[in-house]
Ligand binder design. Structure first.
Ligand code: NAD
Length: 364
C-alpha cells in the first residue's frame, strides 16, 4: 500500500547535517522502490537554533515536529555553545523536544555485526558468546527533569539536582520493558540502585508488581554498578535491560562501544502515539564535522527504525538494514570501523558510504 507521510527533519550541529543527508537519500530510495511519498519538513533545534532564533527549540520548531508523522534527528551541540547557561544550551532543546513529543521510552539495540566482530574491544571469546540486547531507557523523568539549583551557602557554592519518579512514570516504562522482552527472548533485567536510592526502591517494587502480569517474562534485578561491570564481563547474559534516565544514558554509551563503534547504533524514542523521535546515539562529533569522515550508518538505521515503528513499513526497514549489511560485506568502512589489518576492507567517507547503501537498496 502506497503511503504519504511527513517527516520532520532536524539536521542539528556538527556532523548532524552530513549524516542526515545520507539518511534522507536512503529514505528516498525506500520511497522510490516501494512507491511511497515522504515529505521532509526542516526544523531547527540545538546550536543552529540558538544562532538563528536565540533559543535551542523555539515553539514554532517544536510545532513543526508535532505536526509531522515522525521526527528524524542528527545530533546537536558543540564547543561553540558550551559557555552558555544551562537552560540556553543546545542539549536543553533536546530535553524539551523529548518532553514536548511525550516520548518517554528510548530503545537502543546493542548487537554486534558479524562483519565488525573484530572492532569490539572485548576479547574474542566474549564476543563469540554473542552480543544482542536492547536497553529500554526512561527518557523524560528522573534527575535530568528534576529541579536544578545553584546557590552560595556559607560562602561556598552548592549545586543540587533532584531525582524523582512517580509510580505511574515507572509503570509505563516498565510495561515497555516487559512487552519488548516478550517479543525477544523473554528476559528482562531491571537495573537500579535500590541499596541507596528511594527512587530505585520504588522502581524495583513497581517492576515486581508488574511482573505478575507477564508470567512469560523472566524478571531479574541488578544494581547499576554491577551492570556496568557485567556488560563488559559477559554481555551475552542480557536480552532486555530496563532502567531510569541517568543510568540508561551511561549504560547505553558503554553498550555501544562493546559493539565496535558508537557511529553504528540507532535509537527510537516512543510514547503513546506512533509519532516517534529517531536518532543515532552519538553526539555531533565536532572533531569530524565538515570532513566527510562521519559514519552515517547509525542515522540510516534510525531511519529504518522510523519506517518500522512509526509507519509499520517492515519490508522497507528490512531492505534498508539488509543494504547496510551488504555494504559491510563488500568491505566498505568509514574511519571509525576501519581496520587496516582486515583483508578486503576499503576506507570510505560519509557520502560514499551513503551512496553505496542507496545503490544496494536500488539493486534490491
Ligand atoms: P560524540 O558522540 O559526538 O563523539 C564521541 C566520539 O565518537 C568522538 O571521537 C567522535 O568523533 C566519535 N563519533 C561520534 N559519532 C561518530 C560517527 N557518526 N562516526 C564516526 N565517529 C563518531 O560525543 P562528545 O564528543 O562527547 O559530544 C560532542 C557534542 O555532542 C557535545 O556538544 C555533546 O553535548 C553533544 N551530544 C549530543 C547528543 C545528541 O544530539 N543526541 C548526544 C551526545 C552528545
Amino acid at each position: 500500500m502506497t503511503m504519504e507521510k511527513t517527516i520532520a527533519v532536524i539536521r542539528g550541529d556538527g556532523i548532524g547535517p552530513e549524516i542526515i543527508e545520507q539518511a534522507l537519500r536512503a529514505l528516498d530510495a525506500a520511497a522510490a522502490r516501494y512507491g511511497h511519498r515522504f515529505h521532509y519538513v526542516d526544523a531547527d533545534m540545538g546550536g543552529c537554533a540558538i544562532d538563528r532564533w536565540g533559543d535551542p527549540l523555539p515553539q514554532a520548531e517544536l510545532d513543526k515536529c508535532l505536526g509531522s508523522d515522525s521526527v528524524l534527528l542528527g545530533a546537536v551541540g558543540g564547543p561553540k555553545w558550551n559557555g552558555l547557561p544551562g537552560d540556553k544550551r543546545p542539549e536543553k532543546g533536546l530535553l524539551r523536544l523529548r518532553a514536548g513529543l511525550g516520548v518517554y521510552s528510548n530503545n537502543r539495540p546493542a548487537r554486534i555485526w558479524p562483519q565488525l566482530a573484530a572492532a569490539s574491544p572485548l576479547k574474542q571469546e566474549i564476543v563469540d558468546r554473542g552480543i544482542d540486547f536492547l536497553i529500554v531507557r526512561e527518557l523524560i523523568g528522573g534527575v535530568y527533569f528534576g529541579t536544578h539549583t545553584t546557590a552560595v551557602e556559607n560562602g561556598q557554592r552548592r549545586a543540587a539536582d533532584i531525582m524523582s519518579y512517580t509510580e505511574q512514570e515507572i509503570r509505563r516504562i516498565g510495561r515497555i520493558g516487559f512487552e519488548t522482552a516478550r517479543k525477544r527472548r523473554g528476559k528482562l533485567c531491571s537495573v537500579e540502585k535500590s541499596n541507596v536510592l528511594d527512587c530505585s526502591r520504588l522502581w524495583k517494587a513497581v517492576l515486581h508488581e508488574l511482573a505478575a502480569e507477564y508470567p512469560d517474562v523472566e524478571l531479574s534485578d541488578m544494581l547499576v554498578d554491577n551492570c556496568a561491570m557485567q556488560l563488559v564481563r559477559d554481555p551475552s547474559q542480557f536480552d532486555v535491560i530496563v532502567t531510569e534516565n541517568l543510568f540508561g544514558d551511561i549504560l547505553s554509551d558503554e553498550a555501544s562501544m562493546l559493539t565496535g563503534s558508537i557511529g553504528m547504533i540507532p535509537s527510537s524514542s516512543l510514547g503513546d502515539t506512533s509519532r516517534g523521535l529517531y536518532e543515532p546515539i552519538h553526539g555531533s562529533a565536532p572533531d569530524l564535522a565538515g570532513t566527510d569522515q562521519a559514519n552515517p550508518i547509525g542515522t540510516i538505521l534510525s531511519a529504518a527504525m522510523l519506517l518500522r515503528y512509526s509507519f509499520g513499513l517492515t519490508a522497507e526497514a528490512d531492505a534498508m538494514e539488509r543494504a547496510v549489511s551488504q555494504v559491510l560485506d563488500q568491505g566498505l568502512r568509514t574511519g571509525d570501523i576501519y581496520d587496516e589489518a582486515a583483508p578486503g576492507c576499503r576506507k570510505v567517507g560519509c557520502r560514499e558510504m551513503g551512496a553505496a547503501i542507496v545503490r544496494q537498496m536500488q539493486a534490491g
